[in-house]
Design a protein around this ligand. Structure first.
Ligand code: PEP
Ligand code: MG
Length: 570
């Protein structure tokens, strides 16, 4: 029976394919039925993964240097014992057999059962062993995922999940899915932001998709309208195939302006830069014709791993990006961990993570981790045009502490004779209302500003950007938001400090003219938005825009603001 589910489209385009259900906890754990005749093979696959995990742990134990601390060996032995226990070596096989499910799903269910047993243990030492069990299970999952056998069915499939974390979504970059949809999630959550960079249609906030859609159902995903059509009839399918071709054609046509200079009709140059999460996003950046990277969300390098990247590892990542950009500016945002992006095994979770130890606050609380990153960025600055961007500044004292740490990192490199760009610029993200309102105290010491509208809206309107139950209140056109954004742009322009917008507003074609009217000359966005925004810039005249945008700022009535925006875009 055909039916439609409505959510919020966060990445446009149309995909047609079969559903693949993912578990609530992790994208890695898909759930599908194993036909009776393939059960034995699935059990064998699970056993092979356990053996491979054992070999991996034994090899690690054998390669430990003689002088390594005794706890390392003890830790690996403990993991081998956990692996050998029938809870992991046998029970999942029984689940595969009794439930006719895939190995990943069986292991996931067994993990959930084990974790709930741990909750009931009173002995603190034993309770802490929970983390070890999780680590061992993750190792088995990784081996299962790495097997390119019948279960690797993702090509052209549509992933249906209850929720995906930003760390989950980043894994999809490597995948062959055609689209993904989730029950939870807001439009400017990091999950949605990364989804856009995947260049695949994506819909969030569907509420019941995971419950109503079955594995293998045929789906049409209309990312622009936020609609999922389940089990479509032939006529609808034919219509959507046509629409899909048209969408592709439009995308191809836009490529023609890739090398066109980005200027308005009245000759003002507008800088269009790209946002990236990982070094491999550079190809998309180059294809978009971006004039630089305005926001490299460096924390994504820290996700999906059990250890922090070392200084050398980070240096290599940053250097690679700078070299790949061939002289164009690259703005590395220092770690913004702590709200919806966490290091594996993090224990410091606050009740309101977005208001807690996040971004620069976390870095100042963990100076060792921050210093490592700063040294790596500084070292990479020797190889191109690199800039440092500090997230979530809210006071001059945070900025002073940060600048002192940067100075220390520079001094340590000087002492070792390591080269770096001595003139490296340091900018601040304006994404907390306090920063927008106390701008002069920050501007005095910053070389540039970048307005993070995603958080500025979240913190101004007191709306959790990851919570879809309040996402209807998330409004970039709210008068308070418009006043703050235009105030920051105007103040920076008056002070002669370069200012960009790097939140999602910068990539929204509907808002391009409004931002130009506010005086913005630098936009940073997902590469997939860059050519549509450029097309809008090429068609716009700043002289004609300004009077309407001034009117937008003079009214506090949402309907009037919307009507003026429509006139601006007519
Ligand atoms: C923002 O807040 O607008 C921003 C660009 O940073 P992030 O989305 O990574 O929080
Ligand atoms: Mg932000």
């Amino acid at each position: 029976m055909s039916f439609i589910l409505q959510g919020t489209g966060v990445s446009g385009g149309i995909a047609i394919g079969r559903a693949q259900l993912a578990s609530a906890a992790s994208l890695e754990v898909s759930h599908y039925t194993i036909p009776h005749k393939e059960i034995a093979a699935e059990i064998a696959r699970y056993k092979a993964a356990v053996s491979a995990t054992r070999e991996e742990l034994e090899a690690l134990a054998a390669s430990l240097p003689a002088d390594s601390p005794a706890e390392f060996g003890a830790f690996l032995n403990l993991h081998l014992m956990i692996l050998a226990d029938s809870n992991l070596s046998e029970v999942p096989c029984q689940i595969i057999e009794s439930q006719h499910c895939n190995a990943e799903w069986a292991l996931k269910q067994q993990l959930t059962a084990l974790l709930s047993q741990f909750e009931r243990i009173e002995d603190a030492y034993l309770r802490e062993r929970k983390a070890d069990v999780v680590q061992v299970v993750e190792r088995i999952f990784k081996v299962l995922m790495g097997q390119k056998s019948a279960q690797n069915r993702e090509q052209g499939r549509i992933l249906v999940a209850h929720d995906l974390s930003p760390a989950d979504v980043i894994l999809l970059k490597e995948s062959q899915y055609a689209a993904f949809v989730t029950d939870l999630g807001g439009t400017t959550s990091h999950t949605a932001i990364v989804a856009r960079s995947l260049n695949m249609p994506c819909i969030v906030g569907l509420h019941n998709a995971r419950r109503l859609i079955r594995d293998n159902d045929l789906l049409i995903i209309d990312g622009s309208r936020g609609a999922v059509i389940v089990d479509p009839d032939r006529a609808v399918l034919a219509e959507y195939k046509l629409l899909q071709d048209q969408w592709e054609l439009e995308k191809q046509k836009l490529k023609r302006i890739r090398s066109t200079r980005s200027t308005t009709l009245d000759g003002t140059t507008i800088h269009l830069h790209a946002n990236i999460e990982l070094p491999q996003d550079i190809k998309q950046v180059r294809d978009s014709g971006a004039g630089g990277i305005g926001l490299f969300r460096s924390e994504f390098l820290f996700l999906n791993r059990n250890t922090l990247p070392s200084e050398d590892e980070q240096f290599e990542f940053y250097r690679q990006v700078v070299l790949d950009m061939k002289g164009l500016p690259v703005t590395i945002r220092t770690l913004d961990l702590g709200a919806d992006k966490h290091l594996a095994g993090t224990t410091r979770l606050s009740a309101n993570p977005a208001l807690g130890l996040r971004a620069i606050r976390l870095c100042l609380a963990e100076p060792q981790m921050f210093r490592t990153q700063l040294r790596a960025i500084l070292r990479a600055s020797h190889y191109g045009r690199l800039r440092i961007l500090i997230p979530m500044l809210s006071s001059a004292s945070e900025l002073n502490q940060t600048l002192a740490l940067i100075a220390q990192a520079k001094a340590s490199l000087d002492a070792e004779d390591v080269p770096y760009d001595r003139g490296i610029e340091v900018g601040g993200m304006i994404e907390v209302p306090a920063a927008a309102l106390a701008l002069p105290s920050l501007m005095q010491k910053l070389d540039f500003l970048s307005i993070g509208t995603n958080d500025l809206i979240q913190y101004t309107l007191a709306i959790d950007r990851t919570d879809d139950s309040v996402s209807h209140l998330y409004d970039p056109l709210h008068p308070a938001v418009l006043h703050l954004v235009s105030h920051v742009i105007r103040s920076a322009n008056q002070a002669g400090i370069p200012v960009a917008v790097c939140g999602e507003m910068a990539g929204d074609v509907e808002l391009t003219r409004m931002l130009l009217g506010f005086g913005l000359r630098e936009f940073s966005m997902h590469p997939s938005n860059l050519l549509p925004v450029k097309q809008q810039v090429l068609k716009s005249s700043i002289m004609e825009i300004t009077s309407l945008t001034q009117k937008m700022l003079k009214t506090d009535e949402p309907d009037k603001i919307r009507a003026l925006l429509n006139r601006l875009n007519a």
